[in-house]
Each structure stands twice: as structure tokens, then as C-alpha cells.
Design a protein around this ligand. Sequence first.
Ligand code: FAD
Length: 292
Amino acid sequence: MKILELLKNNSPNLSFEVFPPKTEASFESVKNAAMEIAKLRPSFMSVTYGAGGGTSKYTLDIAKDIKELHGVPTVAHLTCVSSTRETVRERIAEIKAAGITNIMALRGDIPAGLENADRSSWDYRHAVELVRELREADSSFCIGGACYPEIHPESVNRSDDIKYLKEKVDAGCDFLTTQMFFDNNLLYSFLYKIREAGITVPVIPGIMPITNANQVDRAIKLSSSHVPQRFKSLVDKFGSDPEAMKQAGIAYATDQIIDLYANGINLVHVYSMNKPDVAGKIQSNLSAIIKK
Ligand code: FAD
């Protein structure tokens, strides 16, 4: 089922994200974790694409199993910046052959050392080029794009970021999923600004439950997210006690999700990081709110 169709459902629900293994040796354990999460019967699941594409086969294998074994709609992520046009076309054909219709079209991170390289000869420089290519390859694809409530770290300012986001949506994105954020007000302000700029597609907020103190620095570095004082206090107080930190992190994420639902957003994407227990706990915290 297409994500755009799911988004018409106006009762609160969750979707979960998993990431593929880096090596064959961990394939089974990652696949098992993804299948456990699929058993929760979320609205949909997305499977990320390893930077550089080295694990693309795993992305598709896992996405296909989630869909076929559990009947949960899936989104396969695809990045383009460090790929050739030929490779991207092959990946698109594989996604189609696997019967996956939902694709998250991403640029991907610039490979280390090439941040200041001349990009004029690259096959892809921005996600918008991949969105156009996907649209041309199959007009029935349901295409998602990434967006950044706190602007993308490489953007010089918000107005440029929103201008390029609009270009990406106009090229064919059916929906957007946000980078993680820890302060819902930043999302509400972002939504106001993009709607004002004429971006009308549905936006799925992405929430990352931070369940251990080590994750904090990594997550913040990756996303450049603002960390509210309330969240800092929680890490200060519980960071050295793994069980307490896990419980507090899940409670914080649950609280964010409830606030999003209360403000009219029905579908929230949880960066569940291949952790069925975390996904399950968040879902059970919302058991009276999410009507299956
Ligand atoms: P773009 O939309 O190309 O934007 C990147 C930057 O370029 C922004 O600053 C934008 O303003 C600017 N820009 C865009 N178009 C233009 C233009 N025409 N001219 C000048 N500047 C422009 N990474 C992975 O490797 N695998 C994944 O599976 C993955 N999944 C993700 C899912 C979500 C929901 C999010 C938010 C991120 C994900 N990422 C993933 C990370 C993503 O690849 C990085 O954030 C990357 O740096 C930017 O990707 P993008 O698709 O947003 O790029």
C-alpha cells in the first residue's frame, strides 16, 4: 500500500524505521529484529540505505520480508550522491522487481574528504535529481523526501533550505519525513513556514527515542538537533543508569508523540534503531490512543 493512502487515515498511528546490517554476519540478527518490529503491525516500516550503497541488497531483502511475511507496507530508502547514474538505475529496477512502491529518495551524506570537492562532474548532487529520475522511471512510485525542522546542517539559511525543499517536492515528492527533533515547537514552526512557502504535501515527523547516554552525542552530531534543557536534565540524572535512562528516554519520546497527536498529526515515524523492545514499549504506552 502507498504511504500517501495510509496518510489519509485520520486516527493516530506509528511507523518504525530499521537499518540494514553492515555485514552478512549480522544479517540474520538484524532481520529478526526487523521482523519482531513488524509483528507490532505498525502503519508502515522503512528500511534505510547504507551510505555508499554497499548494503543495498540487505535493504531490499529486509523490506521485502517485512511486506511479504507480515503484510506491513514498506518504504525502501535509496541514496544517490556517491553513486553513478547506472547504479541508481539498477537499484530502481531492483526495487520495482521486489514489488516495493514506496521509496524514500535521499541525497546521502557527502563521502568523507569530498566535502569541498568540485561536484560539477558528479552524476548526482542533490536529492531532487533522484526524485526526478524516480518519477520518470515509474509515475506510480510513492516518493518520500527528507526535511529538516532545524534546517539541514549544510544550509546557509532557512529560506534557502525551504526553497530547495520546495523544488524537491515539486519534482515529485508525495510526502516528507523529518529529521529527528527533541522540541515539538521547532516542528510546528517549521510546518507553518513550509506551508506558507507553498509546500502542501503531508509531513511525517520523525522521533528518535534516546535510550542510552552514548546515543545522545552521536544523535545530536548527526542531526545537529537542539537539545532542550528538559532533555539535558534527564540525561544528567539518569545517563549513568542504563535501565533508568531507557525508561526515561522512552517516556520522553512517548510524550513528544502524544503532543504531536494532540496537535493534529496522526502518523509519527519512530527511529526504532532495530530495537523491538523500544518500539514495543512506545506502542504499548500508546495502546489506548492507537486504535488498531
Ligand atoms: P538534499 O535534499 O539534496 O539536501 C541536502 C542539502 O543540499 C540541503 O542543505 C539542501 O538545502 C541543499 N540543496 C538541495 N537542493 C539543492 C540545490 N538544487 N542547489 C543547492 N543546494 C541544494 N542517509 C543515508 O545514507 N541513508 C538513508 O537511508 C537515510 N535516510 C534518511 C531519512 C530521513 C527521514 C532523513 C531526514 C535523513 C536520512 N538520511 C539517510 C540522511 C541524509 O542522506 C542526509 O541528511 C543528507 O545529508 C541529505 O540528504 P537529503 O536527501 O535531505 O538531501
